[in-house]
Design a binder for this molecule. Structure first.
Ligand code: AMP
Ligand code: MG
Length: 328
């Protein structure tokens, strides 16, 4: 009898530890809607949401109370632990992408009105003038102190990725093994689904972003997408998107509609989704071939889905209007 009771007690204990409650947290941060679903304690939701909100304030180039905003006004200053870590990682990615990602592109982004939403097509002289202030190589970072040397910082292309990585870390430190974090286009799949199957992360249809062109089956991955559809304006029938080519100062117009990166790191995924968008299909393919460490799905305006071979078994195309092309 004693033995039976011990077995029942042990079974009940095991059941209570794995039958965790599903929690959902929704918040608005980093200029987007975020939704976190995880299996764990309710209090953790508050911690997660506070952590992302404080990162937002810390990393925003737009929030007048934010540190980066103030840094851009002063030209130099001390960075927080998170901002320093992110800037270091980002500068390395600016270098490796040959400046297709450039965290100093802000003056040009401003000219096109993407900061204050007063969209306009600037004159080429205005673009040239703004481009003089764009060069990530001028940023000097030493022991947490940064000098901008005439540039301005915009971590908008990488901040959501960093917030994803930090949130995943927070969950894992608190024993959470199952979660799906959606940071508006940057999605972290933690572990697998509660039933043990893989998460299915949708790749948005650029023509109708609430719909999907296909999905990526994965576990313990970050799936980060940059889409021209996320922010843009139109003038005389032409569309101008928020992703800027730092070499020309013009919104990218190269036939790419969206880039999705599948990798282990939010920062890498977020940075490369922006950078490969600027590169265009051919250069993106060579970059992937040379560097590796990530997979991609590139959707083009002529309705092709280019998928890197390393992840093609994980991608399912569901939109019949798209043609699947696998790239080596
Ligand atoms: P994402 O949505 O991650 O592709 O990031 C786009 C945001 O990053 C834009 O709204 C700009 O603030 C900024 N941005 C645009 N073009 C670039 C670029 N080539 N390199 C770095 N940041 C960029
Ligand atoms: Mg990005």
């Amino acid at each position: 009898m004693k033995r039976l009771l011990a077995v029942i007690f042990a079974a009940a204990l095991a059941l209570s530890s794995c039958s965790l409650v599903k929690q959902t947290v929704q918040l608005e941060a980093m200029d987007t809607f975020m939704k976190f679903e995880y299996y764990g304690s309710e209090e953790l939701g508050e911690k997660l949401s506070q952590s992302v909100k404080s990162l937002d304030k810390e990393l925003s180039a737009v929030d007048e109370n934010g540190r980066i905003y103030k840094l851009n006004q002063k030209g130099s200053g001390k960075l927080s632990y998170d901002a320093e870590k992110l800037l270091k990682e980002s500068l390395a990615l600016c270098e490796s992408t040959d400046g297709e990602l450039d965290v100093t592109v802000l003056p040009v982004v401003k000219e096109w009105g993407f900061i204050n939403q007063e969209y306009r097509v600037p004159a080429s002289t205005e673009i040239k003038k703004a481009l003089k202030k764009v060069d990530y190589r001028k940023i000097s970072l030493r022991n947490g102190s940064v000098k901008l040397n005439g540039c301005q910082l915009d971590l908008g292309a990488v901040a959501k990725g960093y917030a994803a990585d930090k949130s995943v870390k927070l969950l894992s430190e608190n024993g959470v093994e199952t979660a799906l974090l959606n940071l508006g286009g940057t999605i972290a799949a933690v572990g697998s689904k509660p039933d043990g199957t893989l998460w299915k992360v949708g790749v948005a249809d650029p023509a109708n972003p609430s719909d999907y062109v296909g999905f990526v089956s994965c576990k313990d991955k970050v799936v980060a997408t940059s889409g021209g559809y996320e922010r843009y304006f139109e003038q005389y029938g032409k569309r101008y998107i928020h992703i800027i080519d730092p070499k020309t100062g013009l919104p990218v117009d190269n036939g790419v509609a969206s880039v999705t990166i599948i990798s282990d790191s939010g920062v890498l995924g977020d940075a490369l989704s922006t950078a490969l968008f600027v590169m265009g299909l051919k250069k993106a393919q060579s970059y992937h071939r040379e560097r590796g460490g990530f997979g991609f799905v590139i959707l083009t305006e002529d309705k092709k889905a280019y998928v890197s071979r390393d992840i093609c078994a994980d991608f399912t195309l569901s939109d019949k209007d798209y043609e699947l092309k696998i790239l080596d």
